[in-house]
Structures are given as structure tokens and as C-alpha cells.
Design a protein around this ligand. Structure first.
Ligand SMILES: Nc1ncnc2c1ncn2[C@@H]1O[C@H](COP(=O)(O)OP(=O)(O)OP(=O)(O)O)[C@@H](O)[C@H]1O
Ligand SMILES: [Mg+2]
Length: 330
């Protein structure tokens, strides 16, 4: 299955590379509250500039009331996410077998039989891509993601993930599919009575990984997300950004080739979101395909990744290196 998730160049070396990619000082040595959240593990100037003491001038928060039309004579203000622009991202070859393929997919919830949540959606997402899914509230973003994880089954059409038709997949095979897909949600979904270590370990224990693997991989992934020193804390002792980093660690600990994120920064302010996006960008640059639903206009406009826009269940735009576009009030 894995070969459908990553390109040939990315295959193989990825697991080791992901860890090598982390600077040796990845674990926060002397963190401040803001530096810890903004991804101190990434020692770029841009991250440094995102510390809370310097943020107010740097961050441009777009409000719903503000016109979102890009104006030629008004250059866009420097964004906290600028450092994540796609310029140096490795090129993705959009050939071969897509990681995710929707063929004329419609989804009708029984409670709304006359209003399809998704209507005749066709798209292909290739190994190594980073794709934003944008659109109004209710446009179908979460529904699209939940079809990929087989939390939902299409009413018609085909959803093919890693070469397997999920509309025909037997329920007993779904857990095996899910082992290949990490998921990150807006509300973190951490277990409150487990420590950071235990939350991440639980993901491996659930799929029957031996203790030796758990003991090796959990500290490693927590180092990657900069939480090595918080292993024994409980979720309610962490900031929102730290909690989300735990959930990214949990999603990645099994090193799945596909990461599906539903508004992972929806509850976080821009400085904290930057740390999470740095992490997702790093994971993507090491070969993991990332599909992310978001309302964060500034992030999408800065990162210039592929953008798939939905409106009332239809794909209305599919743009390489796209921007957020205008969706009025969110
Ligand atoms: N369980 C459900 N039962 C019935 N209708 C649903 C259900 N879940 C979602 N819908 C409907 O499906 C459509 C798409 O919803 P979805 O949650 O996918 O939108 P979304 O783009 O993720 O919105 P948001 O940005 O608010 O998260 C909406 O009209 C919604 O009301
Ligand atoms: Mg949603």
C-alpha cells in the first residue's frame, strides 16, 4: 500500500530522513512560553520573528468584514507564514497512481436527502503533494476528508486511496487502511487522563506494536515535535499549540504516508499555528502526502500550495500554488 503514498524518490529513505531533518537542538533547551509553541525546533529567522514579543506588527489577521480581494496597488503585508512559501519545496510528479482519487463522488447524508454534501467530485492527489481544501462552512471539506479515512462511504462514485476502492472495501479491512493515514483535528482529541507519552504510545499499542517499538518511537517523535521534555505532562497542563503538537506526534508516530488534517490550526492563534504548519511542512517535505482543510486565508495565501476549493459540495477551483480566494464571512 505504501508505494501509492510516496513517490519513488521519496520512498525508502523517508523514515530515517524525517528524523535526520530535525536539528540536533530540536528539543527546547530553554523555552519561553511563546518560543515553545512557535516551533523552536525549527531554528529559522522566520520562526524567531514569530515570538510573541515581536508578533503584533508582523501578524495580519484578516477579519470576515475585510475585503479579501487581492489588490495590485496594495501589496500583501508580510505574513507570519511567509517562511513556508512553496518556493523550495521539492517538485511533485503528478504521474503514476494517485494517493487519493475521487471519481464522480457524491455523498448524501440521510438527514439531508435532497442536498448532497458532495456532488460529482472528481480529483486526484499524488504522492508527496500538500493540498489545502478550502471553502465556506458547510461546503463539504470535512465530508471529503472523512471519505478518505472511510469514516463515511460515498453514496455514488469511487473513492480510491492507495489503489484501493474504499466504496468496495469491507469494514474489517478499514483498520488496516487507517494505519496508513494519520489524522489531526481542530479539537486535538487527546485522552485527558493519559500523559503526553501515553497518548502517543496508545496509537501504537492500538495497532499491536511491540513495547520495544513503542519505547523507541514515542520519544523520537516527541523530540521531533519539540515536546521531549513534556512527556509526562497531562494534556490540561499544555498550551493549545503544545496539545496540537502532541496530536501531530500521535498522527505521525506510526509514520503513515498520508496525513489528513481537518482545521488543525482552527483553535490556535497565528503565532502558534506557525509552529504547527512548520511541522506539517517538514513532514510533507520528507515525503508524506498532506491534505488539510482550513479557513486560514493568510496561511493558504502565504504557503502557495495546491488549493482545492469547494462550494456547496462542488469543486469550484483546483489550483496549483493557489491562494485562498474569497469566501465572504466564514
Ligand atoms: N452528520 C450529518 N448529517 C447530515 N448532514 C450533515 C452531516 N454532516 C455534515 N452535514 C452537511 O453536509 C454539508 C457539508 O458539511 P461539512 O461538515 O463537510 O462542511 P465543512 O466544509 O467541513 O464545514 P466547516 O467549515 O463548518 O467545518 C453541510 O450542508 C452539512 O450541514
Ligand atoms: Mg468541517
Amino acid at each position: 500500500m505504501a508505494s501509492h503514498f510516496r513517490s519513488a524518490e521519496q520512498q525508502g529513505a523517508v523514515d530515517d530522513e524525517l528524523m535526520q531533518f530535525v536539528p540536533s537542538d530540536a528539543a527546547p533547551q530553554a523555552p519561553t512560553a511563546s518560543a515553545d509553541d512557535t516551533g523552536e525546533l525549527f531554528s529559522s529567522d522566520a520562526v524567531a520573528s514569530a515570538s510573541s514579543t515581536e508578533m503584533p506588527e508582523a501578524v495580519h489577521v484578516v477579519t470576515a468584514a475585510e475585503p479579501a480581494v487581492e489588490s495590485a496597488d496594495q501589496p500583501a503585508p508580510e505574513s507570519v507564514y511567509s517562511s513556508l512559501s512553496n518556493d523550495e519545496a521539492p517538485a511533485v510528479s503528478r504521474t503514476g497512481t494517485p494517493t487519493v482519487s475521487f471519481k464522480n463522488v457524491s455523498l448524501i447524508y440521510p438527514a439531508q436527502p435532497n442536498k448532497p454534501a458532495l456532488d460529482d467530485v472528481s480529483l486526484d492527489i499524488y504522492p508527496g503533494e500538500f493540498v489545502f481544501v478550502v471553502g465556506h462552512s458547510g461546503s463539504g471539506k470535512s465530508s471529503l476528508l472523512r471519505l478518505i479515512t472511510r469514516e463515511l462511504k460515498a453514496s455514488s462514485g469511487q473513492v480510491i486511496v492507495a489503489g484501493q476502492d474504499l466504496t468496495k472495501m469491507r469494514n474489517k479491512k478499514v483498520p488496516y487502511l487507517r494505519r496508513q493515514i494519520g489524522t489531526v483535528y481542530q479539537d486535538f482529541k487527546l485522552l485527558p487522563d493519559k500523559t503526553v507519552y501515553e497518548n502517543v504510545a496508545f496509537a501504537l499499542e492500538c495497532i499491536g506494536k511491540p513495547r520495544s517499538v513503542v519505547k523507541a518511537q514515542v520519544p523520537e517523535v516527541l523530540r521531533l515535535v519539540g515536546l521531549a521534555e513534556r512527556m509526562n505532562h497531562f494534556p490540561d497542563q499544555l498550551s493549545g499549540g503544545e496539545q496540537q503538537r502532541v496530536s501531530v506526534a500521535r498522527a505521525m508516530v506510526n509514520r503513515p504516508p498520508l496525513l489528513v488534517c481537518d482545521e488543525p490550526t482552527g483553535n490556535l492563534d497565528p503565532a502558534i499555528s506557525l509552529g504547527i504548519m512548520k511541522l506539517l511542512d517538514l513532514i510533507n517535505r520528507n515525503g508524506t502526502t498532506v491534505i488539510m482543510a482550513t479557513h486560514d486565508r493568510e496561511m493558504v495565501d502565504s504557503m502557495r500550495k495546491r488549493v482545492i476549493a469547494l462550494e456547496a459540495g462542488h469543486v469550484v477551483r483546483d489550483q496549483e500554488r493557489g491562494g485562498y480566494g474569497y469566501y465572504g464571512a466564514l
